[in-house]
Design a protein. Structure first.
Lengths: 344, 344
């Protein structure tokens, strides 16, 4: 069988915590562009077009039990979400030439044998990279977290931390479309400006410039917070707990401030959940994938009508992957971080 | 109008934290056993038969915003749940001679003008004191917390702290009836024995005798915990967070270990909710009162058939109220603490 060149990004070893460029390396391998007989009857051969950098792509300490996070396998390609073109398929749901999104590998061509996550892309009048973000897993996380877990009402007071992230920017816009008051926090003046000017947040602040987060939240939320969409945990969660309203909802999407600590920070204000009957739900988006068609029906018209804006930071070429992933973890990406591997 | 004697238990002053006997005093007052013209059109005059001691009856620091807890009013009667006989009624739903349960005052006779909480007692083949416990607000808390918030399945691993309390003992029995594995913690050997022998818990332990709660929970839950019904918070919550299974549910009914602290304890293991997609819901029972008829349909047959057992500690006479309330807070009550004011 004819072999073609297949560049790959591999993990150098086990990675603990946030990956750095130097934890990965590029290798040129070869692959046959045909599916062999021995492969499972639903295997799919794809060409990877877009790869996604997401905050869950950090190494788990191997002692963690039951952890959701990612385990990097030494000298194996990085695994992550992507948009792919089907070249060959044994799977009845996917045909040659179709576009899909789901879990793939950081390489030019992949044979996907675990096909459960793959979803066919039906609408290509929007950039296909959106299926790694606003129309993909982060978008579903925002949608399920805000509507299903947050249970918002018009007029609710909504606070979003890490609001410039792929999830946060969508949550804020969905909240504005519902008629909520929306404040976001982010880590630079650039991000704060875009939250207000482009995403329509009522207010936004740079948490790095605030001395007293409790006072900051009191300044923006005189009446308290109904929904806190938490991506960071730690000090921001402490401050939010004090400022929640009765029967508030904390949508616990992440605690990125805690993962790198040897011992996580104690949250002293947790007792407020009792005083104020608060729900804290670290939901999993996978429980809500049955809503994906409804999600698309909601979000696609908003995107086409310009009611939802989405900002990407597109790194060009598979080689740029390691730097792009590090940039996302260090807050340097100027939007949802993706890697453009091939145009078609 | 004829006045009769009306003994009352009054708060000596503002009470902060767990009330002590000395925070209350007995006074003999008088009352007219007729409803005057000026009273609201739904006022009810009742004779208090049973009064209830419940863990929410502790004084809030007056600086707390939005707090659920109780504010004692100096030189006013203690307010709490009770079972009462209607002597006079302007309310269309309640008639002279009927029994009701709901929020009343610690005195022989009360005029109730806030009647929203009153529910007519339809079934008197069980002890009427049960309507302050297993058939009243604590029972509804157990029922809503376990079924609606905990979302249990047969075979689930269930842990209940303060399992001997009015809520905990019912949660454990409901969980056993559903086919769950149930472990409870309590604060004395007597309570631990009753949990196992009378309430049918699979295991129970005295938390005061355990050195390492994480190890204790690992001993009883090899596979981890699906539902933690938390009444205590603090160290037990820390240990439970480490031992929860993926997608576990923490039913946050109370954090009694924290209320007396000047500064609440930091909960370091909260980040586990992200790693394991855990829901922590400090629900309010008042959101579930529409289920009260369904609750009675479930619980009453269990009680009549002896499938649910219920233990009360009955203090005799209104005068015994202050000591009974203190006993409940210091863990000395030998069952759900009630006060028998009058037989009929």
């Amino acid at each position: 069988m004819t072999q073609v060149s297949n560049k790959q990004i591999l993990a150098s070893g086990y990675i603990t915590g946030n990956p750095k460029q130097t934890d990965m390396y590029l290798k040129s391998s070869t692959i046959s562009l045909q599916l062999s007989e021995e492969l499972a009857s639903d295997a799919v051969l794809v060409k990877n077009l877009i790869l996604s950098c997401d905050p869950y792509m950090r190494g788990t300490k191997r002692t963690d039990r039951n952890s959701l996070f990612y385990s990097f396998s030494p000298h194996s390609p990085i695994v992550g979400y992507g948009v792919c073109k089907v070249l060959e398929s044994k799977h009845p749901k996917f045909k040659k030439g179709e576009l899909v999104w789901g879990v793939t590998k950081w390489e030019e061509y992949s044979i996907i044998t675990k096909t459960e996550s793959l979803i066919k892309i039906e609408h290509t009048d929007v950039p296909i990279s959106y299926y790694t973000g606003v129309l993909g897993m982060p978008g579903m996380t925002a949608y399920a977290g805000f509507y299903e877990v947050g249970v918002p009402k018009k007029g609710d007071y909504v606070f979003i931390s890490s609001a410039f992230g792929a999830v946060g920017q969508l949550v804020g816009q969905l909240a504005k479309l519902m008629g909520c008051y929306v404040v976001g926090s982010a880590g630079s003046k650039y991000k704060v400006d875009i939250l207000k000017s482009k995403f329509g947040f009522d207010e936004a602040f740079n948490y790095k410039e605030e001395q007293d987060l409790d006072a900051t939240l009191k300044k923006y939320f005189h009446e308290g917070i109904d929904i806190y969409f938490d991506n960071v945990g730690g000090d921001m969660l402490e401050a939010a707990l004090v400022n929640m309203r009765r029967r508030g909802r904390i949508v616990a999407a992440g605690m990125i401030s805690q993962y790198e600590l040897d011992e996580p920070q104690g949250i002293k204000n947790l007792v407020n959940i009792i005083y104020k009957q608060i729900k804290v739900d670290a939901f999993t988006v996978y429980d809500y994938y049955h809503l994906y068609p409804k999600f698309l029906d909601t979000i696609l018209p908003y995107i086409r009508e310009g009611k939802i804006t989405y900002v990407e930071d597109i790194a060009k070429g598979l080689e740029s992957g390691p730097a792009a992933l590090e940039a996302m973890f260090t807050g340097k990406s100027a939007g949802k971080q993706v890697i453009l591997v091939a145009h078609e």
